[in-house]
Design a protein around this ligand. Sequence first.
Ligand code: HT7
Ligand code: ZN
Length: 854
Amino acid sequence: PAAIRRADYRPPAWAVPDIALDFDLDPAATIVTARLTVARNGVADEPLRLDGEALELLTVSVDGIAIDDWRMEGDQLVIDLPGDAHTIETKVRIAPDRNTQLMGLYASGGNLCTQCEAEGFRRITFFPDRPDVLSRYLVRLTADKARFPVLLANGDPIAAGDAGDGRHWAEWRDPFPKPSYLFALVAGDLAVNRGEFVTRSGRTVQLGIWVRQADIARTEHALHALKLSMAWDEQVYGREYDLNVFNIVAVDDFNFGAMENKGLNIFNSRYILADPDTATDYDYDAIAAVVAHEYFHNWSGNRITCRDWFQLSLKEGFTVYRDQGFSADQGSAAVKRIEDVRGLRAAQFPEDAGPLAHPVRPDSYIEISNFYTATIYNKGAELIRMMATILGPQAFRAATDLYFERFDGTAATCEDFVACMEEASGIDLGQFRRWYSQAGTSRVAASIAHDAGEGRATIRLAQHQPPTPGQPEKAAMVIPLKLRLFGAETGRALTDEQLFLLKDPAATIVVDDVTERPVLSINRGFSAPVVIDSDRSAADLAFLARHDDDPFARYEAMQQLMLDTLVAAAIEGRADHDAVVDAVADTLANPDLDPAFVAEAVLLPSEAFIGDQLAIVDPDAVFHAREALRRDLGKRLADQWRSAYAAAPDGPYAYTPAAKGHRRLRAVALGYIAASGAADAAGLAFSLFESADNMTDRQGALSALANGDAGEREAALDIFYNRYADNGLVLDKWFQTQALSSRDDTGDVVRQLAEHPDFTLANPNRARSLLGAFGANQRAFNAADGSGYRFLADQLIALDKLNPQTAAKLMPPLGRWRRFDPNRAALMRAELERIVATPGLSKDLFEQASKSLD
Ligand code: HT7
Ligand code: ZN
């Protein structure tokens, strides 16, 4: 398959100012009639080209007259048109119930719904399916009234009626011109939880969360989050909602988290449905974040969209930054930052260091669905955060105001966004633009020297840009680093916090009046998404873990201390745990710290992150080093873990920041008690499992049991399964918990679970719960005999036939062969070669697998 290049962008030859769509809905055979008004866009002689995929074309007419001199060029319907403005009508037949890719119009749980981003609209009707063609949509839906009593589309409802023969119809109009990827419809038997929001200018918006009747009681949290999001966007960004209705529909079969279709968001049900019995605190947080994210897209994505898919981070990076700000404002901003950085390191850093590394604004792709990545989303958000840091809050807000005002109603570029940042602040971001074009995670070497006689500290910084595929050489970046010095003897701050912009390959900062040995606190708040290589001793890291006033820097010092200890243990088998044990003990004993922060700070880095620090990953050595430290911490701090476990106040479940923090710390403490090998650990976990009134505690207990081999393990897994057998989202947790287990037999268990009657590749959540979790289980997946690789490749080949997007998203663990020993590397490569050689492979999986072999 051919690559599409950013440099080849050309404006569309034809505009489509208006489209009227008529759907005669039937799961087996839906007829779609599309009437497009088309207008030549300045370029003479260009025929009209309409994208289409898997469509059965029935008729074509131009200006009301049927024609047959159209032609197909690949997947494009090409029509030569004499004039500059015409009306084109096409009629096609599609089969939603055979659509297993879940792109275009498809069936889920007996209902019909759509997913059009990025290129799904072409699977519904012929259209210039590119984000820079903006149209006003008028949509008429007709369907069987008993089977599909609810008919929804974008915009506002304008009319509805009876169509006879047990059928009915509804019309919706969206007054805001939008690209085809934001089109949506839903037809189904759905119940609604309704609400209202009064905007700051006094308009009342009707809100609706649509789910199957049995789930209606689990929609309150999402509705509440939606109202909070609408108010937050008004207060923080001055953005008001613009239609009279805002609907959200939850579906069980969905390739992603959710979709921001104008006025009709469609969600994976896991990001809507919650009650204390079935959803963890993590789920509650994720629901609020995704509801906010999709809502915020109404401005950053819908009112201003992307010129082309290379600009995807324009909407996604900015919107992630916005949803991170929203979540930070709902609870502990420090804990939120820690969670976000942990997520970036788990998903984006490995991407940047591997064969699929790409810039935040890529230069080419084969299949755009493969570029909905942590780099576009999360690193993209870090770029916005760095600009906000460099500009300061007032100039940043002025810049976003300018951006929203200037580009409203248009399809814009990342460059347009950066230019607004520059114009509103007067700050030159010329060098900063490299963050958009250069892939890879920058590294900064940092050291500090102290001349006690002169009272002078000298900080030396040097940046390094590692090579990535297609980018062997790179230029220096501008790296915003927040710095502060602390006195090793007194523990007091020696300087204010300073923002230093590292622009050159190397720089020196001299600080005078430093009268005691300074300890360097650097990249505070994770001000830049880089790796800091510093030679700080264990004692200095422990010092910062105790004294730094920036909570992120404090957490970071603790993590670095743990990481240094674990890397030394994995490489040399040396196990000097004292500094870590002391620092964890101190943190647990500090009454001034928020339990939610403590829970994060005392958690060991993941096996994968430890592996990322090694030249060649030895999964068994990493696992054993980490387990040994966990056991030691569990044993040596036994009393403190027991106190932390018991400290959570009793009482019914409440979703408040304080209660969440206590539950988190309880789960972490339970993990350490279990790791210590205490005789009563399984009993403790089982009794929490049985007595808990909420899923957070219950799942925490189940995970602790799932890692061990006490008799309670099987009992808990059975009870859990039987209790939630008819709740797909909770069953996903049952599969996932077993696939993440640290037991020796996890590979076998996962292979058996793939044969379980409840396992299916047809549902993306279920596929991800087993295969995604297994791919993330470093030791189990990387079994030396290659059984994990073979299993995943078999599953991906089978999944590719049903749902190529989901298969391609689950492939990256197989592409990490360069990071492993020659034996594992050869086994992984053999599976990648087998995938690439599979007849009929999708371009989604082909792109991922072939690039991973290079
Ligand atoms: N903008 C949405 C992306 C999305 C998507 C992409 C590819 C295939 C299916 C998809 N469903 C949703 C989600 C978001 O970032 O808000
Ligand atoms: Zn998004």
